[in-house]
Design a protein around this ligand. Structure first.
Ligand code: ATP
Ligand code: MG
Length: 604
């Protein structure tokens, strides 16, 4: 069954059952609280809460769509069998029309009768301290198919929403076919306010989402989404290019496949984002687009290409989707131009980076204790210049330089070198921020302060930085004073914190630590900076990381009375700017050192 046939079958099935077909909305939502359209329900949010009338707008309480979706939250998973950043979602919706019984019946009938697929199992919400279990859905399932395996899961897997700071949400039912989740039915029965409290909704809503690529994968008997007809032409194009160049890469087949998948996904997503009017920049959506394109170019280089072929895969993308999404054809010229411009900018920036590093002497990790740091501590400023000219955020520069240097006399920046460079970069960044603010204020006669905006990524990194301080203080409270920072790394998605501690943390300890950080976020603590004598600071119990590298006078960052650390980097002004803190992993890093990865839940 081709993707085209799947689309038609889906639309026909639900249209026959009283649903109005609504075209996909743009990847840029109307809703300012979210960056991108991440699910089919996005364009219907106001119907779920009763703010808009579906009869008036659609002539029906029930709708269906095939929605373009883009999720940055899945970027790290791209390369596996089932995750993409850009995908299409088939969905049926009801705003106060039918509810659980009919929704489950429809989906069951569509999967088992219309598509002839076998359901492995389904899952339902098991409830938690605050929200009751979804027993109704369980009963319905038992009635439809007494032999079906029903799994129960918690909030993480079987409770949806809200998208953005607030909105409708509720328990979900998931369908698993061939071991993968293909369809998620959400029953909107609550409204979640920005303070996270739930109230029942007047209108009970149905919101479902089924990934077209995953469905094509099971129907076309493929092992992964990249072998379906939604990707095969792109993958073939990349592979034919690879066979033309003499590849210099030592990569294994697995790495090669992964790079091919990442390139295919990222360029497809970029083409669709460009078609919806986003251009690469250092702000918000534009910045995410920039990172996607650069990541694709990066992987192209990993495959051993000197000259880029990325543009050549934009063509088959427009071929597959052109007749479904007219914006692709319409903006074709612009899409190609922007892609090309961005690729060139990236390459120029990379060259500049290499130039900087050619002139600097580097030391190995072992030598560091005894050497003078002054040489590369000045690099942060140069990295900042590259950031402002070519749009290279510090993480990308470091990533880039480590890759560019592969195989040369020194290969990789040591952790301490990285720390120093980042610290100086951040200081430079902050200075620049202050200058921009002052400039904006001047320009707008003092009212322009809110016009200055950092990119979402920068904001997220800054938030995670403050969260790292909270985490260290919390760990010391929960586990004891032997906890000390041994390393830290932050990107736009997560923080990573290495600390001295002799054993694995228990589940309870993790939970208490998480709760403590969240409590401090809720307490709306002010984040302050003061300058003081380094020795004095240490004496009064302020935490520091590498004692060698601090000057006599240092900046001390305090968060309420909870945390005090030597730190000159950027932070939020108040912990209330942080979202919910969550530890996603606790593992061993090296002997006597544990590693925590944690996130701040975002809109996406
Ligand atoms: P998973 O746990 O597999 O990441 P999910 O729970 O995040 O899936 P939903 O948010 O419920 O998925 O989205 C509804 C459907 O959209 C999923 O059942 C799946 O078919 C599809 N889907 C979700 N995320 C992706 C993705 N990154 N790539 C491709 N399809 C996806
Ligand atoms: Mg997911």
């Amino acid at each position: 069954m081709t993707h085209q046939e799947i689309r038609e079958k889906f639309l026909e099935f639900f249209e026959k059952r009283g649903h109005k077909i609504i075209p996909s909305s743009s990847l840029i939502p109307d809703d300012p609280s979210v960056l991108f359209t991440t699910a089919g329900m996005q364009q219907f949010k106001l119907y779920f809460v009763g703010a808009k009338n579906p009869f008036k707008d659609f002539g029906s309480q029930n709708t269906i769509s095939i929605q373009k979706c883009f999720r940055t939250s899945d970027i790290e998973s791209v390369g596996d069998e089932t995750h993409l950043t850009f995908f299409e979602m088939l969905g049926n919706f009801s705003f106060g029309g039918y509810f659980k019984e009919k929704a489950i019946q429809y989906a069951h009938e569509f999967i088992t009768k219309e598509l002839n697929l076998q359901i492995d199992y389904v899952s339902v919400f098991e409830g938690d301290e605050k929200i009751p279990a979804d027993e109704e859905s369980e009963k319905i399932w038992k009635k439809i198919d007494g032999n079906l395996k029903i799994k129960k899961a918690g909030k993480e897997d079987n409770f949806w929403g809200p998208t953005g700071k607030e909105g409708p949400c509720g328990p979900t039912v998931e369908f698993y076919v061939d071991g993968i989740e293909i369809w998620n039915l959400v029953f909107n029965q609550y409204y979640c306010k920005s303070d996270k409290t739930l109230t029942p909704l007047d209108i009970q809503g149905v919101d479902t989402g089924m990934g077209l690529e995953r469905l094509a994968m099971v129907l076309q008997n493929k092992k992964n989404i990249f072998e379906t007809d939604l990707f095969a032409p792109l993958v073939a194009q990349i592979k034919s290019q690879i066979s033309k160049v003499k590849t210099t890469t030592q990569n294994s087949k697995i790495d090669e496949d992964k790079s091919i998948r990442i390139i295919a996904d990222h360029i497809k997503a970029s083409v669709f984002l460009l078609a919806d009017g986003i251009v690469p920049s250092n702000l918000d959506k534009g910045y995410i687009l920039r990172r996607l394109i650069r990541r694709a170019v990066r992987h192209e280089k990993l495959l051993g290409f000197e000259n880029n072929f990325i543009l050549s895969i934009a063509e088959p993308i427009i071929e597959i989707y052109g007749n479904l999404y007219p914006e692709l054809e319409k903006n074709k010229k612009n899409i190609f131009e922007e892609l090309k411009k961005e690729i060139i900018k990236f390459e120029k920036g990379s060259k500049e980076l290499l130039k900087i590093f050619d002139k600097v002497e580097f030391f190995t990790e072992n030598e560091i204790e005894t050497r003078d740091f002054s040489d590369y501590s000045r690099l942060g400023k140069k990295f900042f210049d590259i950031f402002s000219t070519y749009g290279f955020p510090i993480e990308l520069s470091i990533e880039e330089i480590n890759k560019l240097r592969k195989g040369l006399s020194w290969e990789k920046l040591s952790k301490s070198q990285e720390e120093l460079i980042k610290q100086e970069f951040n200081e430079e960044f902050k200075k620049h921020q202050e200058i921009s603010r002052a400039g904006a204020e001047k320009k707008f006669g003092g009212h322009g302060i809110n016009d200055y905006r950092l990119s979402t990524t920068d904001c997220q990194v800054i938030k995670l930085h403050t969260a790292t301080h909270l985490l260290q203080a919390a760990l010391r409270q929960v586990l004891g004073k032997e906890v000390r920072q041994m390393g830290s790394d932050i990107n736009e998605e997560r923080l990573r914190f290495d600390f001295s501690f002799g054993r694995k943390m228990t589940k309870e300890e993790i939970k208490i630590t998480e709760d403590l950080v969240n409590q401090k976020i809720k307490e709306k603590l002010e984040v302050k900076i003061e300058e003081m004598d380094y020795k004095e600071a240490i004496k009064s119990g302020v935490l520091a990381f590498f004692k060698e590298k601090y000057p006599e006078r240092v900046k001390v960052r305090s968060i309420g009375n909870f945390s005090r650390e030597v730190c000159g980097g950027p932070h939020v002004k108040n912990t209330s700017e942080l979202n919910e803190f969550k530890i996603i992993k606790e593992e061993s890093s090296s002997s006597g050192v544990r590693r925590i990865k944690a996130i701040l839940n975002q809109e996406l």
